[in-house]
Design a protein around this ligand. Structure first.
Ligand code: FES
Length: 137
């Protein structure tokens, strides 16, 4: 195998491994409650088991739509739809943020637009933090 083809193979394997929804772990998913009207909630005290500060993960479905949550501080969160604002394809998490494989739009780890054809960031989903509980939707 030549050096070039070996490099291409390794690069391809790493690229495939890096792309995923990055859903929360099975253990973390038990910490997220499903509420009436398609909302989700979890305790701020459990947040470190769900998502690290400065990171985002796919947390589940809010009102039937896949949603990601970004943790900007110990008890500061924002959430966004994982439906690409261009044509609705579900975006996937990679090392840099969120990526749409349909037409290659890129979004920052917090859902902000980095590269089109999408013209906006990922659509915000309401988040409320009250009395130690985070509620999405
Ligand atoms: S549907 Fe995501 S870039 Fe087109």
């Amino acid at each position: 195998m030549t050096e070039l083809s070996r490099r291409a193979l390794i690069s391809g394997i790493c690229g495939i491994a890096a792309l995923s929804m990055v859903p929360i772990s099975a253990e973390a998913s038990t910490l997220v409650k499903k509420l009436p009207k398609g909302r989700l909630s979890f305790k701020v005290s459990d947040a470190a088991k769900i998502v690290d500060v400065g990171n985002s993960v796919a947390i589940g479905q809010v009102k039937g739509q896949p949603v990601g949550i970004f943790r900007s501080g110990p008890s500061a969160f924002s959430a966004f739809s994982l439906a690409c604002p261009h044509q609705g394809v579900t975006v996937e998490r990679n090392d840099a943020g969120w990526f749409c494989s349909a037409h290659e739009s890129k979004f920052a780890i917090n859902g902000a637009l980095e590269f089109g054809p999408a013209t906006t960031g990922l659509r915000r989903v309401p988040v409320k933090v009250s009395r130690g509980v985070v509620t999405l939707g």
